[in-house]
Design a protein around this ligand. Structure first.
Ligand SMILES: *[C@@H]1O[C@H](CO)[C@@H](O)[C@H](O)[C@H]1NC(C)=O
Length: 210
């Protein structure tokens, strides 16, 4: 069923690439969303153990796991640090630099801390199975969405593409870092942008309806 959905919405997303990506006023959520499929470990501390298939954003996946396996979320989020108190303390270490990127403009601002939680969750996922995206260009999946802050990854290849959760997290974190696509001029920092990576794929941080 998931692949049917994928095929059905691949066409509108192609339109999205040509129009909405170039036209900031067109909201991304008007074109349909490719939900991401996850195989989450029943025990977050045993990434190679039994897994459960879940569809949606990482937040929806966590909520579903918690609903069906009480205590799952506590195990999953254990040890995660809250966002740093100031963007200067945010990650400025060696994240892979995108080949090119653009900030704000067509991309609407998201709360920095919400983006932080999104990529922090992605980093907690087991390495396998990896995120896979159907043929592009502009085939996008929404991996994270909370408090109207979304992280997407998009495949611009004409065939399927596979990357890693860590690489998507790196892309969102790079955009969110001070001096990149982080507006730290107000107490509540904002982030929005798109970073392009070798292999013809990209990461987007954009406001969205979750
Ligand atoms: C999971 O735990 C985190 C941290 O305690 C909390 O912020 C979040 O709301 C929880 N999510 C769910 C779906 O229970």
């Amino acid at each position: 069923m998931f692949s049917n959905i994928l095929l059905t919405i691949a066409a509108p997303l192609t339109v999205l690439t040509q129009t909405a990506y170039a036209a900031p006023q067109a909201p991304m959520d008007g074109y349909g969303v490719i939900d991401i499929h996850w195989d989450l470990p029943l025990d977050p501390n045993n990434p190679t153990g039994e897994t459960v298939p879940v569809t949606g954003t990482i937040q929806e996946a966590i909520a579903k796991m918690e609903a069906e396996h009480s205590g799952w979320n506590v195990s999953f989020t254990r040890g995660m640090s809250p966002p740093p108190a100031h963007p200067a303390a945010a990650s400025l270490y060696q994240l892979p630099k995108p080949e090119s990127y653009n900030c704000f403009g067509r991309w609407k601002p998201c709360g920095w801390a919400d983006v932080y939680w999104g990529y922090t969750y992605l980093r907690r996922l087991p390495a396998e199975p990896r995120p896979r995206n159907g043929p592009g260009p502009g085939n996008c999946g929404r991996v994270s969405c909370s408090w109207n802050a979304a992280i997407w990854w998009c495949n611009d290849n004409s065939e399927d593409y596979t990357t890693t959760w860590g690489a998507i997290a790196d892309g969102a974190e790079w955009l969110a870092a001070q001096g990149h696509c982080c507006d730290d001029s107000r107490p509540s920092w904002r982030v929005a942008g798109q970073g392009f990576y070798p292999g013809n794929w990209n990461v987007i941080v954009n406001a969205d309806t979750c």
